[in-house]
Each structure stands twice: as structure tokens, then as C-alpha cells.
Design a protein. Structure first.
Length: 149
């Protein structure tokens, strides 16, 4: 996953299931503060009901948090701004590589689903935000995407 973003550092990622994340979070990054080891908690309440595309996008988002913590040690909001400015295209391209039938607008909408508090997202026109919201919703309510069950 890290190679998709052009990273080659040696960090350890530990994935865990959690039912204790807030209802709006599909995943959460935690720094273990030792040996470059990072925990990524994945929501077991909502995430299993969403498409594989949403799941992978959420995992990429949290993996990127771990890498950015390793490199820059910034706040979550600073990470999100950096993701939206410096890593948006890489995240979009990573999803496109993972899901060959996905188009760029869909990938961008799924990436932005975790970056709605960024300046770049806030500066988008309302029509674009509405289109992204519709795409995201369709991949969460079984209208589009592939599902595990």
C-alpha cells in the first residue's frame, strides 16, 4: 500500500477491528510511539456493509496518516490538508489501479470523503460537492461497487 503512494520507509502497520469508533469514522490511525509501529483501527459496525471500494479508500486514508506521522509528525487536520494538496492524485491513482473499472471522478469522490474539512474541498463549488456526495452515497448504499457478502 505504501508503494502506491511512492513511499518505501519501513514502518509497521497493525490492523485491528474496532466497534468503538465514532459513528462518522470508518477508520482511525493510532501512533504506538515505539519502533515506527502504527495501529489502524477499522470500524466493524458500518464498514463491512459498504463496498470494497469504500473499504479500500478508508484503509488507504489511514495508511497515509501513518506514513505522514512518520515523516512529519503533524496534527490530523494538517495531515488532511497535506493529503488534499500533495497526495490527492496519488490516492486517486491508487484506487484506479486497485479497481480497473472505476473512473477518475469516482475515485476522487471516495478520496475526498475523508477530506471534507480541507480548504480544497471547502473551495469546491456546491454542484461538485453534491456530485461527490452522491457518488459516495451510492458506494455505501449498494447502488454501486462490489460487496463482500
Amino acid at each position: 500500500m505504501l508503494h502506491n503512494f511512492g513511499f518505501s520507509t519501513k514502518i509497521k502497520l497493525i490492523f485491528e477491528e474496532s466497534s468503538e469508533l465514532s459513528s462518522k469514522r470508518l477508520g482511525e490511525f493510532r501512533n504506538n510511539h515505539n519502533n515506527n509501529s502504527y495501529r489502524i483501527l477499522l470500524d466493524v459496525t458500518n464498514l463491512p456493509h459498504y463496498s470494497k471500494e469504500v473499504i479500500v479508500s478508508s484503509i488507504y486514508h489511514e495508511v497515509l496518516h501513518a506514513q505522514l506521522e512518520f515523516l512529519f509528525k503533524e496534527t490530523e487536520s494538517q495531515d488532511h490538508e497535506r493529503m488534499a494538496t500533495e497526495y490527492l492524485e496519488r490516492a486517486v491513482n491508487s484506487l484506479l489501479k486497485q479497481f480497473s473499472n472505476m473512473n477518475k471522478d469516482t475515485a476522487k469522490a471516495l478520496v475526498f470523503s475523508g477530506l471534507k474539512n480541507t480548504k480544497i474541498y471547502q473551495n469546491l463549488n456546491q454542484e461538485t460537492k453534491n456530485q461527490m456526495y452522491e457518488i459516495e452515497s451510492n458506494f455505501k448504499n449498494r447502488n454501486y461497487g462490489t460487496y463482500c457478502d
